[in-house]
Design a protein around this ligand. Structure first.
Ligand SMILES: Nc1ncnc2c1ncn2[C@@H]1O[C@H](COP(=O)(O)OP(=O)(O)OP(=O)(O)O)[C@@H](O)[C@H]1O
Length: 473
């Protein structure tokens, strides 16, 4: 995929042949922007004209020796990593270069694989620095450059907006993104927005890997050659191939089997994979985005999720807050889902009672936005005409009752201690009822309609109970 942080590399060496071989090696490894310069005196001029992400510098050159140039670079362009290359038996000079600010040094003859690994490390650092710069400017201004990309995500919540800002910053990176959050919070929607933001040419390919054994996982992701195993009578393209230049979204990554974890790690480290039955690896430029509602850190601690894989996957990460922590989104979501439900049922959108959002805000929503959406669709299906009744929400919530602000019956605890009934700690029925009503009013912030809905009675019945005089039955 296109990288928002281009990484132009400048090779400086007086030997044209070395420049030629080195640039071929770097291009073959996927670095597309490689410049060469055989005259060290021109380097500062190049830097004044264009952005450079890394300099590979030979120390022994006529005119301006590499060490002198390195000092000038460190003084004027400290953000550009410089890797120096020196002749054998010059380790003392290499140490001087490190002191002068070199990122690393190599002794000739340079071993290409080690050099590439160091260049990748420098690239990661360079990209991270660019992202930090960009994130700082985003957060200071509270701006979003591409609101449109988030259009499918209904929210007015501050935390969600900060997540969007972060996504804008990391959208152009080729590093993986880990999205965590409870079930139904919108992790897949967020992954899709990242795809829109990244403006990559390739598709968004999603796969749920829960329950895939290692063989099915490998076959699904990497595909197979004809004859790779009994029954493989056709060549099959893996999803990673389909996601070329785009995003491969792996949902439920916490369910990945240990043997598949090794394969995914290899893919991330090498950006290549072996289709089943193939002898040569295939390169990929698909970005990997993963999601889970499981606690990967806890899984790492107990040894069921590889640490190296976790750290690779979490190069960038977001935690989507549950709905109960962004109740300010409820009115917007309710409106949105009623409009959606009305359109899909070809019916008129009902008038939504104003207390509905407050009532819903008292529910914990373990299934988050998916649960809210199902409730709204159900209410819409049952609704006849006029103002919508709270009853279908009450039934749905009653079935999975998990109040957000209290554990069940905790409000009776105090009564038990103070009831003063010698025979035991049990409150009377009247005391329990009064406590229950007071509790419902408390979690409904004093709204009698909502409190009544919690209690499963009408607002009039609650009102009657509240106006009861002492001695009334
Ligand atoms: N902010 C939102 N605005 C509108 N719809 C949303 C929002 N968040 C989630 N949804 C909807 O809720 C449902 C669940 O979303 P999604 O599948 O993205 O959640 P998830 O976190 O990936 O769930 P799971 O963990 O079960 O895979 C989808 O129908 C999605 O369109």
């Amino acid at each position: 995929m296109t990288d928002q942080h281009p990484f132009p590399i400048l090779l400086v060496d007086d030997e044209e042949e070395i420049l030629f071989t080195a640039s071929i090696t770097l291009r073959a490894a996927g670095f597309t922007q490689v410049m060469t310069e055989s005259n060290s005196r021109r380097v500062m001029d190049i830097l004044s004209r264009q952005e450079v992400g890394l300099i590979l510098l030979d120390l022994y050159m006529p005119h301006l020796p590499g060490y002198e140039l390195l000092r000038e670079l460190s003084a004027n362009y400290p953000q550009i990593p410089v890797i120096v290359v020196t002749a054998a038996n010059e380790v003392g000079m290499a140490v001087e270069c490190m002191k002068a600010g070199a990122f690393d040094y190599f002794v000739k003859p340079v071993e290409p694989q080690r050099l590439l690994a160091t260049i990748k490390r420098a690239q990661e650092m360079y990209v991270l620095r660019s992202e930090v710069r960009s994130l700082k400017s985003h957060l200071l201004t509270d701006r979003l450059d591409n609101e449109e990309a988030f259009a499918p995500i209904m929210t007015c919540n501050r935390k969600m907006r900060a997540i969007f800002q972060y996504l804008e910053v990391v959208a152009g990176s080729s590093q993986p993104l880990l999205i965590t959050g409870e079930t139904g919070v919108g992790k897949e929607l967020v992954a899709r927005s990242l795809h829109t933001l990244s403006k990559c040419k390739g598709p968004f390919v999603a796969v749920n890997i829960a329950g895939l054994d290692d063989m099915v996982f490998s076959d699904t992701l990497f595909g197979h050659r004809r004859g790779a195993f009994t029954g493989a009578d056709q060549h099959r393209e893996g999803l990673i191939t389909k996601a070329a230049n785009g995003i491969l979204f792996l949902d439920e990554i916490g369910d990945l089997q240990p043997s598949s974890q090794v394969k995914l790690l290899r893919l991330l480290q090498e950006q290549e994979y072996y289709p089943l039955g193939a002898d040569t690896p295939t390169r990929t430029n698909a970005r990997i985005v993963v999601a889970t509602n499981r606690d990967l850190k806890a899984m790492m601690a107990e040894g069921s999720f590889r640490k190296d894989l976790y750290y690779r996957l979490s190069a960038h990460q977001v935690l989507i807050p549950p709905l109960r922590e962004r109740t300010d989104d409820i009115p917007l979501l309710v409106e949105h889902f009623f409009a959606e439900a009305a359109a899909s049922l070809s019916r008129q959108k009902p008038t939504v009672p104003p207390e509905l959002a407050c009532y819903l805000a008292t529910h914990a929503f373990p299934g988050n936005i998916r649960e809210l959406r199902a409730m709204v669709f159900d209410a819409m299906a049952r609704h006849d005409k006029g103002v919508l009744s709270l009853s279908s929400f009450r039934e749905a919530i009653g079935a999975s009752r998990v109040p957000v602000k209290a554990t069940p019956l905790s409000f009776l605890e105090g009564l038990r201690d103070t009831s003063g009934h010698g025979g035991g700690t049990m409150p009377t029925l009247k005391e329990a009822e009064d406590a229950l009503i007071a509790h419902s009013l408390r979690i409904a912030n004093g709204n009698q309609g909502i409190a009544a809905a919690h209690l499963g009675i009408t607002r009039q019945a609650l009102n009657k109970r509240l106006n009861r005089k002492p001695g009334d039955e």
